[in-house]
Design a protein around this ligand. Structure first.
Ligand SMILES: CC(C)(COP(=O)(O)OP(=O)(O)OC[C@H]1O[C@@H](n2cnc3c(N)ncnc32)[C@H](O)[C@@H]1OP(=O)(O)O)[C@@H](O)C(=O)NCCC(=O)NCCS
Length: 168
């Protein structure tokens, strides 16, 4: 296992961390399995009892709740593995199951207990089994929140500016 700077790995003796890469400033809780060739970006959090097998690649600022299960073989035991990509800023709720060959696009949210069978669009929220889109386009955390606030402030400022020309 290769780990970046300032990582906190709680009770490494209770986890299986194979030949994987973990970026800077990550926190890995106890009883986690991270398989060979898994790459995890910077500032990610992986909570207890999560399973991340080979074939999964995770970006930056990703939150993975407790007891999340990623899968890599759709028809086991076929040994045909599919790649799963988790883009920057994704948040995965407790106990979610992610089927193989899926992309969780930037900033999407996976509800607790969801079974995700298809790729999820950026910024969407999905819930349920099979997971369905419940909300589109909400991003409210980390650096994305700052970006969203800036856009909202810019729009407000522009509307005020337009308003200042209206006859009173
Ligand atoms: C998916 C989630 C982000 C939605 O949050 P939200 O936008 O505030 O949604 P609300 O709580 O307003 O719920 C909206 C609707 O979705 C339903 N819903 C919410 N989360 C759900 C879930 N995980 N699975 C199924 N349905 C869910 C609610 O019952 C509600 O349905 P209704 O409108 O018919 O009453 C959140 O519920 C969730 O699952 N977060 C993950 C929590 C977690 O696991 N944290 C781990 C760290 S401890």
């Amino acid at each position: 296992m290769e780990q970046g700077k300032n990582c906190t790995i709680w009770h490494p003796e209770l986890s299986v961390l194979l030949d994987c890469q973990i970026g800077d400033d990550c926190t890995i809780h106890a009883h986690v399995w991270i398989g060979n060739k898994v790459a995890i970006g910077n500032r990610c959090k992986v909570q207890a009892m999560t399973f991340i097998p080979e074939g999964v690649t995770i970006g930056d600022d990703v939150f993975i709740g407790p007891r999340v299960t990623f899968t890599n073989d759709k028809h086991p035991p076929s040994e045909h593995w599919s790649e799963t990509l988790v883009c920057d800023g994704v948040s995965i709720g407790a106990g979610a199951v992610i089927l193989p060959g899926i992309t969780l696009n930037e900033g999407c949210k996976i509800g607790a207990g969801a079974v995700v069978t298809r790729s999820v669009p950026a910024w969407a929220t999905v819930v349920g089994n099979p997971a369905r889109i419940y909300k589109l386009g909400e991003h409210q955390f980390g650096k994305h929140a700052t970006q969203e606030k800036k856009v909202k402030d810019d729009v407000k400022g522009f509307l005020k500016f337009v308003d200042s020309f209206s006859p009173s």
